[in-house]
Design a protein around this ligand. Sequence first.
Ligand SMILES: *[C@@H]1O[C@H](CO)[C@@H](O)[C@H](O)[C@H]1NC(C)=O
Ligand SMILES: *[C@@H]1O[C@H](CO)[C@@H](O)[C@H](O)[C@H]1NC(C)=O
Ligand SMILES: *[C@@H]1O[C@H](CO)[C@@H](O)[C@H](O)[C@H]1NC(C)=O
Length: 155
Amino acid sequence: MAFKIVLFVPLLVAAMALPLADAQLGNLLPPLLGLFRIQGTVFCTANGTVSVGGIAATPVFPNATVQLQCGAGNGVSTVTANASGVFSILLDPLHFLLSSLLTGCRLVVTTPLATCNTCLPPSGVLISALQFFGTTLVGALSVINVTPVGFTLQV
Ligand SMILES: *[C@@H]1O[C@H](CO)[C@@H](O)[C@H](O)[C@H]1NC(C)=O
Ligand SMILES: *[C@@H]1O[C@H](CO)[C@@H](O)[C@H](O)[C@H]1NC(C)=O
Ligand SMILES: *[C@@H]1O[C@H](CO)[C@@H](O)[C@H](O)[C@H]1NC(C)=O
């Protein structure tokens, strides 16, 4: 009897971990050993994305304040982009599902564009939805990469 219980528990844990693993992680590791990394670059253009000239020709937005908002404008996490305009938000998958992150959350750049270029609008915010961008193994840790779909200016 005791043997049956011991056998049953790992099976149950495996079964609970499977739906996310199967659907999004290609069977890598259960979410317990994972981490969401939302990373991207904010550019200093009217729409915050790369200009037609490509990344090298596009000025970045240093020190931009980037907020992850989920639901009705709730700020979940706020970070500051570095001097290269790169921001990174780490989330614990125990509290987030990839599907709800992608459908229910967005990135909002709360620093006005005029801060990086006085010719750009002083009002409005850059907003982007999120997309899944594959997983990366860092040691035993499965990093679930999420990137902005592309920012647009909303006034
Ligand atoms: C964003 O703006 C840049 C520069 O103004 C332009 O080249 C690019 O096509 C725009 N991208 C989108 C998605 O509107
Ligand atoms: C960005 O922030 C750093 C540290 O606060 C500061 O030294 C730097 O001058 C800022 N850069 C710009 C372009 O505002
Ligand atoms: C900004 O962060 C990115 C990603 O971590 C890094 O590659 C880049 O060197 C950083 N830039 C500066 C100026 O710190």
